[in-house]
Design a protein. Sequence first.
Length: 439
Amino acid sequence: MSEPKKLYIKTYGCQMNVYDSERMSEALGGQGYVETQSPEDADMILLNTCHIREKAAEKVYSELGRFKGLKAEKPDLKIGVAGCVAQAEGEEIMRRQPLVDLVVGPQSYHRLPELEAKTRAGEKALDTDFPEEDKFEKLKNRPKAKRGPTAFLTVQEGCDKFCAFCVVPYTRGAEVSRPADRILREAQDLVERGVREITLLGQNVNAYHGAGPDGDMTLAGLIWELNKIDGLERIRFTTSHPNDMTDDLIEAHGTCEKLMPYLHLPVQSGSDKILKRMNRSHTAESYLRLIERIREARPDILMSGDFIVGFPEETEEDFQATLDLVEQVRYGYAYSFKYSTRPGTPAAERPQVDPQEADDRLQRLQALITRHQREIQDAMVGRTVRVLFEKPGRLAGQMVGKSEYLHAVHVSGADLSAGDLRNVRIKASGANSLAGEVL
């Protein structure tokens, strides 16, 4: 029997790319590939790219440059670029880096077996279409291997919002939701293989409107169906848009036992002027009122957010409005970035904020977010939380997991295994985690 071919995948960016990489591995598994953790051992290297961060394409080209020597040593090595940079750059990737054999966009990775066959025949393979067929259904079923206690599950892709700073509508396409029955089948399969917590993924996950038995189903409706699965203990979802936080979804946060008290709800800015220029279609006031309603439904919910500082035309007054909003919401987690241009987006053509001023604003915002984050984490000391343990910690006899609020929690000296869900009393708060004892 011939030795299996080895596949190395490097994943950049969001949780959806993590999920996509798993499915790419499955697609190529049917061609005799097994994953390896080392590019030096690989017969095929795939970079699953993200276009959100600054200079994303240049970082991919830099990474590809590192493989020149490897390709020279192993002429049969195939190198591919997948994901959002692949979608945005297309043939340009092969032109700039001739060592690339394969380019595939995020909507076409179910075609990897055919593309891989073309490369083995000595051809270049490119597919950045938006095909009509359902890529999830075209892929083979997930192998029945045992899984860890947590898993991602993509339920929605694409975005119709066209924020002025964002490339997602151009790289992932329009909003598309998977049919509910297919999601429920995949969730049941994951649970049968050991998964106890599922995070539902989408570029605008709360815009989910997949086909159900009685017409389109909302995300809240899908969550209630998932709630019925025996053995599934926890449900999360990300990333949400404020305009799609529907009444039934807010209600589910207060009444659905398996839906965790954690919500990532990006606002991006506290200035109405900047929000309008971003094409966010909500105001700071409407966002704050939404937070109030969510906290009325679930008072202990931990909020997470996203912020962009230094957006074109942002003044110090606009930035101060962002700080004011952060003070009112008090996020348990938040991700903040300095604005960087994305070619082809409306904001790229506008007057830019001085980079040093943007840097200063980012540091001030992050200092405030960090203070709130630490205060909220420190307030957990003395409380009892439910922790889903995931893996051994860095120290002997230590296990690490996540609380319902997504805080990392470590426990030492207890008889625990991955997948255990236990009550833990929090004894100490560290820089980025909590320490506790099993009750």
